[in-house]
Design a protein around this ligand. Structure first.
Ligand code: NDP
Length: 275
């Protein structure tokens, strides 16, 4: 079995640094695909209420034969539930869909600057955390100014901030803010949904080390210390994306890939997006 390193979050919870993403996996395929990921060796699954596929993720975890404690499961609060009581109800719905009695990590999916109030929403997540039904809580798509507001107004420091990060969007400012405050960075769309795979610099490095452009990009994330969960419905790619531990990149390679940054998002801008 591949030895995936673990990262210790700010409340001592350990999270496998490499997991499996499930965005855009159709609900009817989610059980089978997630089961393939668990069979390949992934022990960390990222889903969200918005993906509509929590049920399949839960079925896969239960059908895998693994102990619940061996699999790290994350879900995220839907954008329509940004109010204290709505958030509590939505969390109950998530546990029900998954068929699990706790989550490892529960996130506010988007800050939604023009809608709701993420501070009040966070207070609901704090209650969930204190109840033990989420072992850790965090946020997603938060900019430093959103995080600053949370840190000033609430008690529990988010364990993670899940943001878009890849070689064309390195997000050094948001990552540095997180590192300064004990908030781990999770990098979503780590291969930019495939857009970085034709990059000439990444391909040159891939040829030299004898790995694929996706593997080189994922290794770059791990060397930077971020948590990643590439998504694939293709069994060979599911295995390829886990096979990252028999090679390494030089400092020169890491610098060359980081220098590809062009602040290019594949997803929405969190300062404008209102769900
Ligand atoms: P990824 O960067 O993981 O890319 C997924 C795409 O790349 C799919 O089209 C997949 O194809 C293809 N692919 C995967 N592996 C390979 C490979 N080895 N070689 C070639 N192509 C490959 O994009 P995602 O947007 O899915 O991001 C990953 C996860 O991050 C999501 O699944 C979700 O869990 C999370 N996320 C969170 C967001 C947030 O707002 N918090 C937003 C977006 C994502 P195929 O499936 O056909 O094999």
């Amino acid at each position: 079995m591949t030895a995936v390193p673990a990262i210790t979050l700010n409340n001592a919870v350990r999270i496998p640094q490499l997991g499996f993403g499930t965005f855009q996996i159709p609900p009817e395929e989610t059980r089978e695909t997630t089961l393939a990921a668990l069979e390949a060796g992934y022990r960390h699954i990222d889903t969200a209420q918005m993906y509509g596929n929590e049920k399949g993720v839960g079925q896969a975890v239960r059908d895998s034969g693994l102990d619940r404690a061996e699999v790290f499961v994350t879900s995220k609060l839907n954008n329509g539930a940004h109010a204290h009581d709505d958030a509590l109800r939505a969390f109950d719905g998530t546990l029900e869909e998954l068929g699990l009695d706790y989550l490892d990590l529960f996130l506010i999916h988007w800050p939604l600057p023009g809608k709701g109030d993420f501070v009040e929403t966070w207070k609901a997540l704090e209650e969930i955390y204190r109840s033990g039904r989420a072992k850790a809580i965090g946020v997603s798509n938060f900019q430093p100014h959103h995080l600053r507001r949370l840190l000033e107004a609430t008690t529990v420091v988010p364990a993670v901030n899940q943001i878009e990060v890849h070689p064309y969007l390195t997000q050094d400012d948001v990552r540095a803010f997180g590192a300064e405050h004990g908030i781990a960075t999770e990098a979503w769309s780590p291969i930019a949904q495939g857009k970085v795979l034709d990059d000439p610099a990444i391909n040159r490095i891939a040829e030299r080390v004898g790995k694929s452009p996706a593997q080189v990009t994922l290794r770059w994330h791990l060397r930077r210390g971020d948590i990643v969960f590439p998504k694939s419905v293709t069994r060979a790619r599911i295995e390829e994306n886990l096979d990252l531990f028999d090679f390494d990149l030089t400092e020169g390679d890491l610098g060359e890939i980081s220098a590809l940054n062009r602040d290019e998002r594949t997803g929405p801008d969190p300062d404008r997006f209102n769900g």
